[in-house]
Design a protein around this ligand. Structure first.
Ligand code: ADP
Ligand code: ZN
Length: 604
């Protein structure tokens, strides 16, 4: 089934175990990271077992994508949701009753309506899959009350095997899912959380727009991706600005009307190389496999949020970048959010701790993947070679003297200034404000001339993150803490991390990045020659034509990875084409000739 229908060569992770278990009629919980391949875990058993596989999903866009993709494979799949007419719904229902479907997707609230339950009692069900199962838990990050009713599925369909699927890592949510879905005895299949094809990078925020543009033009020209910002205004401004720089960027946030949001989301799904600039409102339910980068212009509020957002990159397993600019002011903004919110003290305490963990990640001098995975309770040896600290390790210096100078400067300026001003005093800058405050007369004025402004700001940030300073959320003013004292007295040492200067990445076509440690896997590596790139582009054009004609996203026809493998393998016949990743029987029949035609055209 995997080879014939899906065109894949081997199972990933624990897919085979899960599939075996369900086919035998067992219940289970499946936890796999985003892009790990959860869908296959219920799709294959639904085809293999007699009857209709019922899939509960909260997201209409996701249902539509999966159903279109399955139909391309020749699988009989349908959905029931509000986009169908009443007669459309009736048709699907009777097809289900006649046993003519392999898979039926449905939203939870509709499934639990008495009418639907009555109808399904007459249908032979192969299995029930509850996708995005964390939505049932208040502990999860996306609680949906309509999911709570799914706890009664067992009462109605006691003999049908049930599986719950989620990408949520934490064990409290996991336990909650099992209890609420009445699956406490079910087998659990929990996979590791590593996303090996994602490269993590955090750069100092210097000139964020320019840095973003360099990143986009230098490493992702023509790619699809997501840029996250904290505020709606910044989303609008950034999208507009990227437009003036010649990129196709669209905004997405909860303040826009539904039609515009929908249109932008559709463009992102249907076209190549669209960039969505978004608040966190965007992303859930987007399973576009070829998102090549996720960029953060602002700091996410927690490691969970960061991991979820970056996890939207590279679902197809090809190299993808998680890139973030991080600056001192970001932390202050988040602190303000927390302190000003109406949340109870206990909640605030949790949020402060989460923010702290995020800051620690940014300031980390060790492998970022290690920090992320350990945050989720998984151990990792470090040296992943897929993050910035592994490819260009930051320098660590004894920062004790610098820290003492900075702290004493803060003390002498009465703990009433922010990092920028303090750096200027340390550097001995005679600007108007400093002269006005008579700070040029202080003993700490100009005692830091031996270091750059960048290094002073970096130090102050690290002192805040390590608790040796407190950033007052009101104005970003830096204040001493109890921890400052042993440092000031010279009773404690302070190790400072100096991030490698961001390399000047050059623009598209430059291959220097392929020579660095960030070596992409063979599929893309092989596309270095101009003729290969050209062939890849021509295959993309052909794919777009097919997709347009059927009104489906291009990735539903073939993934980029499939096209890349075709370019490399240069198949000469349908038989040879059949061995390529993602080319199953049905796709071979429908598109095989067209693909071979493109290849023939390209012959010299
Ligand atoms: P998840 O729901 O866990 O985020 P998906 O089920 O959407 O992930 O799968 C992610 C991508 O990986 C899909 O594009 C899917 O076609 C692909 N995929 C899944 N299993 C395999 C496999 N065994 N071999 C190759 N590709 C796979
Ligand atoms: Zn690493």
């Amino acid at each position: 089934m995997l080879r014939e229908v899906f065109g894949y060569r081997s199972f990933r992770g624990r897919q085979a175990d899960v599939i075996e278990h369900i086919i035998q009629g067992g219940d289970c919980l499946v936890v796999m990271p985003t892009g790990g391949g959860k869908s296959l875990c219920f799709q294959i058993p639904a085809i293999v077992r007699r009857g209709v596989g019922l899939v509960v999903s909260p997201l209409i866009a996701l249902m539509q994508d999966q159903v279109s993709a399955l139909r391309q494979l020749g699988v009989r799949a349908e959905f029931i949701n509000s986009t169908l007419t009443l007669s459309g719904i009736r048709e699907v229902e009777s097809a289900a009753c006649r046993g003519e479907l392999d898979l039926l997707y449905i939203a939870p609230e509709r499934l639990m309506q008495p009418r639907t339950l009555e109808l399904l009692s007459r249908v032979n069900l192969a299995l029930i899959a509850v996708d995005e199962a964390h939505c049932i838990s208040r502990w999860g990050h996306d609680f949906r009350p309509e999911y709570l009713q799914l706890g009664r599925l067992g009462e109605h369909f006691g003999t049908v095997p049930r599986l719950a699927l989620t990408a949520t890592a934490d064990s409290t949510t996991r336990e909650d899912i099992l209890t609420r879905l009445d699956l406490t005895g079910a087998k659990q299949f929990i996979s590791g959380f590593d996303r090996p094809n994602i490269h993590y990078r955090v750069v100092e925020k210097l000139n964020p727009r320019k840095q973003l543009l360099d990143f986009l033009k230098g490493e992702h020209s023509g790619d699809s991706g997501i840029v996250y910002c904290l505020s709606r205004r910044k989303v609008d401004e950034t999208a507009a600005w990227l437009g003036t720089q010649g990129l196709s960027a669209v905004p997405y946030h909860a303040g826009m009307d539904a039609a515009a949001r929908r249109a932008h989301q559709d463009r992102f799904r249907q076209e190549d190389s669209v960039i969505v600039v978004a608040t966190i409102a965007f992303g859930m339910g987007i399973d576009k496999p070829d998102v090549r980068f996720v960029a953060h212009l602002d700091l996410p509020r927690s490691v969970e949020a960061y991991y979820q957002e970056t996890g939207r990159a590279g679902r197809d397993g090809l190299p993808a970048n998680a890139w973030m600019t991080y600056g001192y002011a970001d932390a202050v903004v988040h602190q303000q959010f927390i302190e000003r919110s109406e949340a109870p003290p206990e909640q605030k305490r949790i949020e402060r701790a989460k923010l702290q963990a995020m800051l620690t990640y940014c300031e980390s001098a060790v492998c970022r993947r290690k920090v992320l995975l350990e945050y989720f309770g998984e151990s990792h040896g470090g040296r992943c070679n897929g993050c910035d600290t592994c490819s260009s390790p930051p320098e660590r210096i004894d920062g004790t003297e610098m820290a003492r100078k900075a702290l004493s400067c803060i003390y002498r300026t009465d703990q009433t200034f922010g990092a920028g001003y303090l750096a200027d005093v340390l550097l001995g800058v005679e600007n108007e404000r400093i002269l006005h405050n008579r700070h040029h007369l202080l003993s700490t004025f100009g005692i830091g001339k031996d270091r750059s402004r960048r290094e002073w700001i970096m130090l102050l940030r690290q002192l805040v993150v390590s608790g040796h300073l407190r950033a007052d959320p009101e104005f970003g003013v830096l204040k001493l803490t109890a921890e400052s004292i042993p440092l000031l007295r010279g009773e404690r040492r302070f190790e400072m991390r100096i991030a490698a200067k961001p390399p000047n990445r050059r623009i598209a076509g430059d291959r220097s990045r392929h020579e660095s440690a960030e070596k992409p896997p063979a599929a893309i590596e092989a596309l270095q020659s101009a003729s290969q790139r050209r062939l890849f582009d021509r295959l993309k054009e052909a794919r777009l034509k097919i997709a347009r004609a059927q009104n489906v996203p291009p990735y539903v026809i073939f993934h980029d990875r499939t096209l890349a493998e075709i370019v490399m393998a240069q198949p000469r016949s349908l038989d040879e084409l059949a061995g390529i990743h993602g080319v199953g029987k049905q796709k071979l029949k429908r598109y095989g000739e067209q693909v071979l035609d493109v290849l023939l055209d390209e012959e010299p």
